[in-house]
Design a protein around this ligand. Structure first.
Ligand SMILES: Cc1cc2nc3c(=O)[nH]c(=O)nc-3n(C[C@H](O)[C@H](O)[C@H](O)COP(=O)(O)O)c2cc1C
Length: 183
C-alpha cells in the first residue's frame, strides 16, 4: 500500500478560522495510508530579503517540513480578492534562498473557505499562480470553493456539512492518484 505524508497549511491565523477548521476536517478524513501534519505559519517573521543571510529558524523549520512531505494541502481565505499576507509570506519563505525553492515538484492541492458566495475562488487563483511559477504540481480538479463557510461548521469548528465531507473524500481520492502519477 502506498503511503502519503501530507503537510497542510491554513492561510488564516485567527483561532476560529474556517480555513483552519477545513484543514482539520481534511486531517480527520485522511484515508488509510495518508498522514496529515498541520504547519504553523503565524510564527514566521515578515519576509525580508536581508534576513536570508542568517536564515530564520522558523522559516528553515517550515522548509524542512515542506521538503519532508510527499505533498501539500493549502486552505486559503480570501482577503480583498486575494490570499492572505500570512500565506503569501509562507510561500515566499519556502521559495528562498534563490536556488533552494522547497516547493518545486511538490504535488499541491489548493482549497479554501470564505463567508462569501464564491468560496475563496479568487484567492485560490492567486495562490495557484504562485505555485505554478514555483514549479509545483497543482492539481486542477476537483476545485474546492467552500462558500458561506459560517454555516458549514459548528461552534467547535467541526465540519457539519455532509456535501463538504463528501467533497473532501473526492479530493483525497483525486489527490492521492495525482501523487501516484508523479512518483
Ligand atoms: C481583510 C479581509 C478581507 C476580506 N475580503 C474578502 C473577499 O475578498 N472575499 C470574501 O469572500 N471574503 C472576504 N473576507 C471575509 C472572509 O472570507 C472571512 O473573514 C473568512 O472567515 C476568513 O477566513 P478564516 O475564517 O479562515 O479566517 C475578508 C475578510 C477580511 C478580514
Amino acid at each position: 500500500m502506498n503511503t502519503y505524508k501530507i503537510l497542510a497549511i491554513s492561510g488564516s491565523l485567527r483561532k476560529a478560522s474556517h480555513n483552519t477548521a477545513l484543514i482539520h476536517a481534511f486531517k480527520e478524513r485522511a484515508p488509510e495510508g495518508v498522514t496529515v501534519e498541520i504547519a504553523e505559519i503565524g510564527n514566521l517573521p515578515l519576509f525580508d530579503q536581508d534576513l536570508e543571510a542568517d536564515f530564520p529558524k522558523e522559516a528553515a523549520d517550515l522548509k524542512a517540513k515542506i521538503e519532508a512531505a510527499n505533498a501539500i494541502i493549502i486552505a486559503t481565505p480570501e482577503y480583498n480578492r486575494s490570499t492572505t499576507g500570512a500565506l503569501k509570506n509562507a510561500i515566499d519563505w519556502g521559495s528562498r534562498p534563490w536556488g533552494k525553492n522547497s516547493w518545486a515538484k511538490k504535488p499541491v492541492y489548493i482549497c479554501g473557505a470564505s463567508i462569501g458566495a464564491i468560496g475563496s475562488a479568487l484567492a485560490q487563483f492567486h495562490v495557484k499562480q504562485s505555485f505554478s511559477f514555483l514549479n509545483a504540481h497543482v492539481l486542477g480538479q476537483p476545485e474546492f470553493y467552500l462558500g458561506n463557510a459560517q454555516s458549514k461548521f459548528d461552534a467547535e469548528g467541526k465540519l457539519i456539512d455532509e456535501e463538504t465531507v463528501a467533497h473532501i473524500d473526492s479530493a483525497f481520492a483525486a489527490f492521492t492518484a495525482f501523487i501516484d502519477q508523479l512518483r
